[in-house]
Design a protein around this ligand. Structure first.
Ligand code: NAP
Ligand code: HSE
Length: 435
């Protein structure tokens, strides 16, 4: 007999889980009209049954026993919004072994273990979708997999962490110090008590591993992403950036040249007229350049109860449509291109450097000679002397150079007597073709 009702096992009833219940219960007619089947949340797994919830739920649906979902023959789809690696990984593997489709918002798990989870799904003819894991309410994974399936993506740049974008925006608009803005963001609940994963770029790196795998069709691992966070960014860097026409953003950058790829997360000076420069506050955006389409950009809320829940429920709708058509497990395109990572000698970008030097005759000439010797050419320079200390501050933006040459320049500068301190060095983006 043909199935009329699809039963969901929801794992987690926190921020995102609550939004999922609201949308599934509130959009019943739309769900039926779009899928041809009715959808019901049958059981909900939580940690603490007695916790106060911001939503009214039939108490019979709530359980603390994962087997009530995983071994329940009535349940067709597991929606996982618990988070973390364990026990969720074991739960999802078990769900797939029991022929239950999976929808998850878990970037930590998918960045580290997607190949194992997707293989298990394939073995069991099951769907696994994870749209909410990157950039919350922005349907970017679907865009990469389906919208750009006809194109070859050459570059993606993402503001994919709302916490750091909030901090950098405040620093830029108010001229405030990093530590002060972080403390304020923590007090307001925008940043976590332990902000390491966000501010050191690890959260963004997980999202970039997922984006680059799907965008380039290459199996990228988290270790392939070069990561630097924002904790060293100062208000002076931001002020100098502004003078030269840039905003500082924590950018995930994934770039393909020929068949070689590079992926990084780093504080980046981006030209003010680039669309990513005006993405402010907790908002996320992903810029995608394709060989055929050229430039595109996707913008929206990267987190929050209802935006994230829309992504989860849209995955749910896809699974239910696939059930109706009997095509579950056939839509997943595994990365099919060989991974070739670029060496530093093939990573091209412009760079911003701020250095403190001895305020003596010939110092700037020594620096420019070094740059010329190492194939790095200058685009912009500002020099400002500190009258009393006998030091001067030099801020430079290079023309396009390789990361290898710039690393050599930095190392050499560090060893020179006249160089007192290298305050900062940032990649620069925007303003050139395909950027
Ligand atoms: P959350 O508010 O902390 O909720 C987590 C839920 O999981 C809670 O209901 C908790 O139960 C339950 N839970 C935790 N450990 C459990 C365990 N061992 N067994 C059973 N239940 C357990 O988390 P969230 O913010 O909704 O995030 C969920 C997922 O969505 C994460 O993977 C996160 O990265 C992802 N995500 C979140 C956002 C966002 O805006 N929040 C955006 C994008 C992606 P109790 O309620 O009983 O404590
Ligand atoms: N901590 C993340 C952020 C939440 O700040 O963007 C969404 O993944």
């Amino acid at each position: 007999m043909e199935k009329k009702l699809v039963q969901i096992g929801l794992m987690g009833l926190g921020t995102v889980g609550t939004g999922v219940v609201r949308i599934v219960e509130g959009h019943q007619e739309d769900l039926f009209n779009q899928t041809g089947l009715s959808v019901n949340i049958h059981k909900i797994l939580v940690q603490d049954k007695n916790k106060y919830r911001n939503i009214t739920i039939d108490p019979d649906k709530i359980t603390t026993n994962p087997a009530d979902l995983l071994d329940n023959p009535e349940i067709d789809i597991i929606v996982e919004v618990i988070g973390g690696i364990q026990p969720t990984k074991d739960y999802l593997i078990k769900a797939l072994e029991n022929k239950k489709h999976v929808v998850t918002a878990n970037k930590d798990l998918m960045a580290l273990h997607s190949s194992e989870i997707l293989r298990k799904a394939q073995e069991n003819n099951c769907d696994v979708f994870y749209e909410a894991s990157v950039a919350g309410g922005i349907p970017i994974l679907r865009a990469l997999v389906e919208g750009f399936s006809s194109d070859r993506i050459t570059k993606m740049m993402g503001i994919v962490n709302g916490t750091t974008n909030y901090i950098l925006t405040k620093m830029s608009k108010e001229g405030a110090e990093y530590q002060d803005v972080l403390a304020e963001a923590q007090a307001l609940g925008y940043a976590e008590a332990d902000p390491t994963s966000d501010v050191e770029g690890y959260d963004a790196a997980r999202k970039m591993a997922i984006l680059s795998t799907l965008g380039f069709r290459v199996p990228m691992n988290l270790e392939d992403v070069q990561v630097k966070g924002i904790s060293q960014v100062t208000k002076e860097d931001i002020a100098y950036g502004k003078k030269l026409g840039y905003e500082v953003k924590l950018l995930g950058i994934a770039r393909r040249d020929d068949d070689e790829v590079e992926v990084s997360v780093q504080p980046t000076m981006i030209q003010k007229n680039h669309p990513l420069a005006s993405v402010n506050g907790v908002y996320n955006a992903v810029y995608v350049h394709g060989e055929a389409v050229g430039e595109t950009m996707f913008y929206g809320p990267g987190a929050g109860e209802m935006p994230t829940a829309t992504a989860v429920v849209s995955d749910l709708i896809t699974v239910v449509k696939n059930m109706k058509l009997g095509v579950n497990g056939r839509g997943t395109v595994a990365p099919y291109k060989e991974k070739k990572l670029k060496s530093d000698g093939k990573k091209f970008a412009k760079y911003f450097m701020r250095i403190i030097v001895a305020d003596r005759r010939g110092v700037l000439a020594q620096i420019t000679n070094l740059l010329a010797e190492k194939n790095v050419s200058l685009d912009q320079v500002i020099q400002q002397s500190y009258q009393e200390s006998g030091q001067a501050e030099i801020v430079m933006v290079t023309h396009t150079a390789t990361q290898q040459d710039v690393n050599v320049v930095i190392q050499t500068l560090e060893g020179m007597d006249v160089i007192h301190q290298i305050k900062s060095c940032y990649r620069v983006e925007g303003g050139e073709k395909n950027e």
